[in-house]
Design a protein around this ligand. Structure first.
Ligand SMILES: Nc1ncnc2c1ncn2[C@@H]1O[C@H](COP(=O)(O)OP(=O)(O)O)[C@@H](O)[C@H]1O
Ligand SMILES: [Mg+2]
Length: 498
């Protein structure tokens, strides 16, 4: 509720007098329910026979809830806001509407909770309307193929697991391997590319929340991003709604022709929250005690990400859901569900992380099923050649572990592979423009870096990137031009001589 009363306008007075004129005395029938019991973020309510699923309920003590479970006589509601005065016996009324969130460009640069209340201490949100949290996904007829690239600025991703606008790409791995770091980097890389971002933090520690917001702000990413937060200590109902809120905010922009990117960090916590709510509401548990509809819950959320066709404004919503595995087990329930719902996954590996290969993306187990179509043909051709070299290297490397005596002919691919591994390492918060990406790919594929000592890779690449940015070369330029330019520069610096 807005605590600041708007000034009474002339228009308002007129409307009020019209209302008084047409006022008729009579009976108004309204349902009134009562809280039977309350606890753990759930309220059982009786006496609201015509309440509908997802309908907002207003409680007399000032709390708010949402219908989540319809039983005969008794309905289960998840609390969205509670007060100390909420007890059994509290009167409940229907709000007559489904839950919605304020949306619009006023949300850029803001931190909000899943109901749209600002958490950043700034003035109330300036919004353009409301969007339903649990909306329907766009019809098939309104959708287009994913065919425009969305660059994350991460070398491995943009070259080998490319993401297109409107794609849903899962980030999967154990805790602490840099999943959130990938999501944040992807958001930071949208700077200047006219993509509106939403970062949904679901059940994260407060320190993580503060850190994420701080990072986005420091890198100038907050101005085109809205952060939706339901902390670990929030009501389970709010944690459940956080991804829907993030989705609704982006959906509004997508429907108006914008490109958007949503990071759901993370859906494992979301699944656990949904399990908690379902068990409290006494729904039958299924595999790993998750309720049977957890698949459709996540599918429904991710189906709302798409690329709309020109007739529908041509907007898009790219989704980067994050999921946690336990000891790299991608075969457990929630990860397998999400793998089958999404258009590909980026798999982070604990051994690679421990070996200092960061971002710890396991190329062999990562895939983008539709992103190839969106990749720029120039990058696609170079990346294809590079990938072959890398996969060959990975095979050969297995042999070296057994101490087998290697053929002299194997030396070169091994050397190139090790070099490549060094090149693919990338610090976080250092997204790479796609032209620079093209620069190193050309240099590597032409064998121009082959004589480089591994220790020098970092410095040479830094300078190469600088050179490419200054040269103004574009992806559309001729391959010859690229390789000539890179070769001349490397020759002039003599950096590739060891
Ligand atoms: N590319 C990288 N280079 C160096 N360190 C990284 C990189 N990516 C992530 N890290 C580090 O890994 C740690 C875990 O990252 P985080 O994104 O919080 O993991 P997760 O979200 O998977 O739990 C952080 O300390 C982060 O700084
Ligand atoms: Mg994280």
């Amino acid at each position: 509720m807005n605590p600041i009363e708007p000034p009474i306008s002339h228009d308002l007075l007129e409307r009020q007098s019209a209302w008084v004129e047409h006022y008729r005395l009579g009976l108004r029938v309204s349902e009134q329910g009562v809280v039977v019991s309350v606890g753990d973020g759930i309220a059982w309510i009786s006496g609201l026979p015509s309440a509908a699923m997802d309908e907002v309920l207003v409680l007399d003590d000032g709390s708010q809830a949402m219908v989540f479970d319809l039983n005969q006589g008794l309905l289960g509601a998840i609390l969205l806001r509670d007060t100390d005065r909420l007890t059994s016996g509290t009167i409940v009324r229907r709000a007559g509407q489904a839950l919605s969130i304020p949306v619009g460009e006023g949300l850029l640069g803001r931190v909000v909770d899943p109901l749209g209340l600002p958490l950043d201490g700034l003035p109330p949100l300036a919004h353009n309307g409301h969007q339903r949290l649990e909306g329907d996904s766009p019809a098939i007829i309104a959708r287009d193929f994913v065919q425009r690239p969305l660059y994350t600025g991460i070398k491995i991703v943009d070259a080998l697991v490319p993401i297109g606008k409107g794609q849903r790409q899962l980030i999967i791995g154990d805790e602490g391997l840099g999943r959130s770091a990938l999501g944040i980097d992807a958001v930071i890389n949208q700077r200047g590319h006219n993509v509106f971002c939403v970062y949904a933090l679901i059940g994260q520690k407060r320190s993580t929340v503060v850190n994420t917001i701080q990072l986005l702000r420091e890198h100038g990413a907050l101005e085109y991003t809205c952060v939706v937060v339901a902390e670990a200590s929030a009501l389970p109902g709010l944690k459940h709604l956080a991804p829907y809120a993030g989705c609704a905010i982006a959906e509004y922009w997508m429907e108006r022709g914008h490109d958007t990117l949503v990071v759901y960090d993370d859906l494992s916590t979301h699944a656990r929250t949904y399990r908690e709510l379902s068990l409290l509401l006494r729904r039958p548990p299924g595999r790993e005690a998750y309720p049977g509809d957890i698949f459709s819950i996540h599918a429904g959320l991710l189906e709302r990400s798409t690329c709309l066709n020109a007739a529908h404004g041509g907007g898009s919503m790219t989704a980067l859901p994050i999921v946690e595995t336990q000891q790299g087990d991608i075969a457990s329930y929630i990860p397998t569900n999400l793998i089958s719902i999404t258009d590909g996954q980026i798999y982070l590996d604990a051994d690679l992380f421990a070996a200092g290969f960061r971002p710890a993306i396991d190329i062999a187990r990562s895939v983008s099923r539709i992103g190839g179509r969106a990749q720029h043909p120039a990058i696609k051709a170079e990346a294809g050649r590079m990938k072959l070299d890398y996969l060959q290297f990975l095979e050969l490397e297995v042999f070296t572990r057994f101490g087998t005596k290697l053929d002299a002919a194997m030396e070169k691919p091994l050397r190139r592979g090790r070099l490549l591994r060094e090149i693919l390492k990338q610090d976080r918060l250092a997204p790479l423009p796609v032209e620079c990406q093209m620069g190193w790919l050309v240099a590597f594929n032409d064998g121009l870096l082959d004589t480089l000592e591994p220790g020098k890779v970092g410095t040479v690449l830094e300078r190469l990137y600088l050179r490419v940015s200054e040269s103004g070369l574009a992806l559309e330029d001729n391959r010859e031009e690229w390789s000539q330019s890179v070769l001349e520069w490397l020759d002039s610096t003599k950096l590739n001589r060891s």
